[in-house]
Design a protein around this ligand. Structure first.
Ligand code: NAP
Length: 328
């Protein structure tokens, strides 16, 4: 977990510059673009000249509303924004989304932003819902889009990006002592789940996956001419809808804390856009407060990381046979 000093610096002192890298001629997908950070990320990317920005939203109606608002606010040319439905809790929905993406001429940037901190226990993909969305659904989509990113790299001699919106809270995660053969199955037991620890754990599992994924897909010493960049970023603590399922007194306390300490989603979005346009030297790395931050010891635990990577891969292959070929 960030130290108190680090938290104060990031939330109150740090000056976060507006991103300046050009997105001209690029096609960008941002999941969860209808609200919170996603809605601000797309605004920056449009202002930076992207040709096409696809809002990946689980609700077409909420996506359309965000599109209308953004178009009016920024006077966006027709055809730049498209809203495509994708529900990370549904393999069928993800499959249809991927098929549409594969028909695009190019995909330059995928920002895996959609995420959940569930306060209502539920089982999806044979695991608890927060892990289901933040880990299984997120990477079920991401792995299926790697070929399109790589094709774009080759065809347009460019460096596509896949950025995962992670969280500094990964470092506060409590990884279970002995999660058995499958950590995702371990959390089907409601008595083992509490919303905040579960969210932190999901963010740790994202970090494990991002590290492994970037080591397999175009590692830094790759000889391929047009590799892609995979990285993760902490957008700092921002006022968004992430704790929308919270109720009662905890919600009151959280809202006060948020009022006192959270940055705007627009500021957090700047950090995400910076990561999604960073140089190839940022491949496999984690950015916080605008800089590369070394992984905390828990993220470097090879045994835990290997367990998560193995179990996740098996689950993804079962949900979408052949998906692991995209890692070769
Ligand atoms: N806010 C922070 O302080 C903070 C800090 C660190 C990291 N993050 C990360 O930032 C990312 C964005 O979160 P946020 O803070 O902007 O929260 P948010 O306002 O709740 O936005 C989350 C977005 O994800 C979408 N989403 C949730 N479940 C989905 C699903 N099954 N399929 C498709 N989309 C789904 C939501 O769609 P609906 O509108 O339909 O619910 C919404 O658009 C998350 O990954 C979060 O973990 C946030």
């Amino acid at each position: 977990m960030p130290s108190f000093g680090d938290f104060v610096h990031t939330q109150f002192v740090l000056k976060i510059p507006k991103p300046t890298a050009s997105f001209a001629s690029k096609t960008v997908i941002v999941t969860g673009a209808n609200g919170g950070l996603g809605k601000e990320i797309v605004k920056h990317i449009i202002q930076l000249g992207a040709s096409k920005v696809i809002f990946g939203c689980r609700s077409q109606a909420r996506g359309d509303t965000a599109k209308r608002e953004t178009e009016t606010l920024l006077k966006v040319d027709p055809g730049v924004i498209e809203v495509w439905e994708v529900d990370l809790e549904s393999p069928t929905s993800i499959r249809s989304f991927v098929e549409r993406v594969n028909n695009l001429p190019r995909l330059d940037v995928l920002i895996n932003n959609a995420g959940l901190r569930s306060f209502n226990f539920g089982i999806v993909y044979d695991t608890e819902r927060t892990l289901a969305v933040n880990n299984i659904g997120t990477f079920l989509l991401a792995l299926q889009l790697i070929p399109k990113l790589k094709e774009t790299a080759r065809k347009f001699q460019t460096t596509p990006h896949m950025t995962i919106v992670a969280s500094a809270l990964y470092d506060a995660a409590k990884y279970p002592e002995n999660p058995g053969e499958d950590i995702f199955s371990w959390y089907k037991d409601k008595s083992r789940v509490a919303p905040f620890p579960q969210y932190n754990l999901s963010k740790l599992l994202q970090i494990y996956t991002a590290i492994k994924l970037s080591a397999v897909v175009d590692p830094l010493d790759v000889t391929e001419l047009n590799p892609i960049v995979i990285n993760s970023v902490d957008p700092c603590f921002c006022k968004t809808g992430l704790s929308g399922e919270m109720t009662g007194r905890p919600k009151t306390f959280f809202k006060i804390f948020e009022f006192l300490a959270a940055r705007t989603a627009e500021e957090g979005a700047r950090l995400v856009v910076q990561a999604a346009s960073a140089g190839r030297e940022m491949h496999g790395l984690y950015l916080r407060a605008g800089n590369v931050q070394a992984y905390a010891p828990i993220a470097q635990d090879e045994e835990k990381a290997a367990h998560v990577w193995n179990v996740l891969r098996q689950r993804l292959e079962k949900l979408q046979p052949g998906i692991l070929q995209n890692l070769q």
